[in-house]
Write a protein of this length. Structure first.
Length: 272
C-alpha cells in the first residue's frame, strides 16, 4: 500500500562526504533543490521537476547484506506531494518506478540498520520513471555498482555512487511531470593513485508514446548504456561535479577527446 507515513526510515544520516579517504562532497545542481537525508544516502530533489537532480549513496561492499525485499513505495512526508512524482505517474502504462539509489546499496553493516536503509530507498524522491522491462543494456546499468565494487575490492570495497535523471528541457511532458530520457551515474572509489571515478549514461529515448497517450517501450527494449567522460555529464546536466572530472579514469587514458562508449558487456567498461 502506498501513501505518506512517518517512519523510522527517516532517521537520517545521509550521504557521508568523508566515507572515502578523499573527501567527496555531493555534486551540486545549478538551481535550488530540497536536500533530503536518508540512512546512508541523500537525494537533492528538484521541486520544479518533482524528480531528483542528484542522489548520493555510500556503499561498503565488504559488509553488504543480502536482505529479503521489504519496503513499500510511499511519499516523503517532509515535502509536499506536488514536489515529488508519486503513484499517479506510474499507473496504466509501461513505466517502472526506477530506483535511483538501488535498494541493496545502503544495506550494509548492522542488520537492523541495513534493513532500515534498504526500506528507505522506497520513498518517491528516490524514484524516476523508467521504461518497463529489460534488455541487455538495462541489465548492464543495474549491475554497474556491483562491477565497480568487485574492482575496488583491493582498496576496501568502499564506493560512493551518484545517480540521477538528466533533467532536460526537451523531456516529454506526461501527467504533470516531464519524463527523463536519459540517466547518469558516477561511481567513485579510492584507487592506487588516489581518487578514481567513472561516468555512465543510460539512454531510454526510444521510449514511445502510443496513440492512447500511454508510454510504451519498443519490442527490443528502450535502453542503451554508455561509459562517458564525467566532464560530459557535467556539461549536459549543468551539475558541478567537483573533483570527480579530474578523477575520471576514462579521461586519464588519453589526451584526445573521448567519445561515448556503447557498453555491450562488463568487459567494455574502463576502470583503470
Amino acid at each position: 500500500m502506498e501513501g505518506t507515513r512517518e517512519n523510522e526510515q527517516l532517521t537520517p544520516s545521509g550521504y557521508d562526504p568523508d566515507f572515502l579517504p578523499t573527501r567527496l562532497p555531493l555534486p551540486r545542481p545549478p538551481r535550488a533543490v530540497r536536500e533530503l537525508a536518508y540512512p546512508r544516502f541523500s537525494v537533492l530533489l528538484d521541486p520544479i521537476r518533482a524528480l531528483a537532480a542528484v542522489t548520493g549513496v555510500n556503499i561498503d561492499g565488504a559488509t553488504l547484506r543480502e536482505l529479503p525485499r521489504t519496503g513499500e513505495w510511499q511519499l516523503d512526508p517532509r515535502i509536499g506531494a506536488d514536489e515529488q512524482a508519486g503513484p499517479e505517474v506510474y499507473t496504466r502504462n509501461d513505466l517502472d518506478r526506477g530506483h535511483l539509489v538501488r535498494r541493496r546499496d545502503p544495506g550494509w553493516g548492522d542488520v537492523e540498520e541495513a534493513r532500515a536503509a534498504t526500506e528507505a530507498t522506497f520513498f518517491y524522491p528516490n524514484a524516476a520513471p523508467q521504461a518497463a522491462g529489460f534488455n541487455q543494456s538495462k541489465e548492464l546499468w543495474l549491475g554497474l555498482e556491483d562491477h565497480v565494487l568487485e574492482y575496488a575490492e583491493a582498496t576496501g570495497q568502499r564506493v560512493s555512487v551518484f545517480t540521477a535523471p538528466v533533467l532536460g528541457d526537451d523531456d516529454p511532458p506526461y501527467r504533470g511531470i516531464r519524463i527523463p530520457l536519459r540517466f547518469w551515474k558516477i561511481a567513485a572509489w579510492e584507487g592506487q593513485a588516489g581518487l578514481a571515478a567513472a561516468g555512465f549514461v543510460l539512454d531510454q529515448s526510444e521510449l514511445v508514446e502510443t496513440s492512447e497517450g500511454l508510454l510504451a517501450a519498443p519490442p527490443l527494449g528502450a535502453f542503451r548504456t554508455f561509459q562517458v567522460p564525467i566532464a560530459e555529464i557535467a556539461r549536459v546536466t549543468g551539475i558541478d561535479v567537483g573533483m570527480l572530472a579530474a578523477a575520471d579514469v576514462l579521461a586519464r587514458r588519453t589526451t584526445r577527446p573521448v567519445e561515448w562508449i556503447a557498453l555491450r558487456s562488463m568487459e567494455d567498461i574502463t576502470l583503470q
